[in-house]
Design a protein around this ligand. Structure first.
Ligand code: PMV
Length: 336
């Protein structure tokens, strides 16, 4: 068997993608920080064959991953028409604990898409733009995964002010003040459980949501304002938009039918502590949230020491087993 391997990172959205139509077309544009530490490493072994697939997570045969991989290969067959005539052995591992509540779909699907692109290249099939095509394929496995292909930031979904932006793939974005290229993201593991609401169900809640149209419009406006703030290095406006986006994402879930509260009491404790600390010290520390209870604490590298001692002394107590992950903005995938 031949082998190809990629390490691909996770990402954290600043403007949130929430709602989709057709096959993974986003209802609004989104933009994210690409992370450095949280990543999936995938080694794909391949040979001519009959479409047999086996998957190993941390060296353990994990057949429960097969349905996702099969549906990814089905959806991406225009990109990888050779998949049915090959056998694949997929060896994958995540840099973050499986039980951390950090979604591995963005990093996992982007790593797999990159491996498949490398196979395509090896077979001598035509490729226009390797990373654009990888992003397009990753999108079909995990919408947010389309953004993991590029750093320091990536934008997915058509947006008037991002040249070349597309609903089908993400584009690299770096038109920001340097302060944002080394931003820190400390991920507080408030709750390590499995997701209460799957992404598929979550996005589905936006169909027929009473506030959907306004929300999609707001995402365009927030993205415009965020781009300006980031270009100008305006931390205060950056923080206000990013925090509002996080709460809006949760607000959409609370006001859908059925409705969900994905924050935990400790999530709110953390948010209140961050607001109080910011008010008191004036330090630029902000939060964002995923579709879950964990809190991403965002701040410039220049404030790393002071914010880490704040996290240790005031926030850590709200984390499950006191655990958090230290991450920062990264530059995207690497071939191994
Ligand atoms: O890529 P999905 O389908 O798992 O959706 C991700 C949705 C959010 O993480 C909540 C927001 C985002 O833009 O990443």
């Amino acid at each position: 068997m031949k082998e190809t391997a990629w390490k691909s990172p996770s990402n954290i959205a600043l403007i949130k993608y929430w709602g989709k139509y057709d096959v993974q077309i986003p209802a609004n544009p989104s933009i994210s920080f690409t992370l450095r530490e949280a990543a999936t490493t995938t080694r794909l072994r391949y040979a001519e064959g009959t479409g047999k697939i086996s998957v190993f997570l941390d060296g353990q045969n994990t057949p429960s991953f097969l349905p996702k991989i099969e549906s990814f290969l089905e959806r991406t067959k225009d990109f990888f028409p050779f998949a049915g005539e090959m056998d694949f052995e997929i060896h994958t591992s995540n840099s973050f604990p499986h039980s951390s509540g950090i979604a591995s779909s963005a990093s996992g699907m982007s790593a797999l898409a990159l491996c498949m692109m490398s196979v395509k290249k090896d077979l001598g099939l035509p490729i226009d733009n390797f990373f654009e095509e990888a992003s397009n394929a990753a999108r079909l496995g995990s919408g947010s995964g389309s953004r993991s292909l590029f750093g320091p930031l990536a934008a997915w979904g058509e947006h008037a002010e991002i040249e070349g932006s597309s609903n089908e793939y993400a584009v690299a974005f770096s038109d920001v003040d340097p302060i944002f290229k080394s931003f820190q993201d400390t991920i507080l593991l408030v709750d390590k459980g499995e997701k209460t609401v799957s992404s598929t169900v979550g996005h589905g809640l936006m169909n027929g949501h009473p506030y959907a149209a306004t929300r999609f419009e707001q995402a365009h406006e927030n993205q415009s304002a965020l781009l300006t703030a980031m270009l100008e290095g305006d931390l205060e406006t950056f923080g206000a938009i990013v925090e509002s986006e996080a709460l809006t994402l949760h607000g959409m879930m609370m006001t859908s039918m059925p409705y969900f509260i994905l924050m935990k009491p400790n999530t709110l404790e953390v948010l209140n502590k961050i607001w109080a600390y910011r008010e008191e010290t004036g330090h630029p520390v902000y939060f964002t949230l995923d579709a879950g209870a964990n809190v991403h604490v965002l701040y410039p590298e220049s404030h790393k020491d002071v914010i880490m001692s704040f996290i240790e002394s005031e926030l850590r107590t709200f984390c499950k087993d006191g655990s958090y992950l230290c991450d920062e903005v990264g530059n995207g995938p690497t071939q191994l």
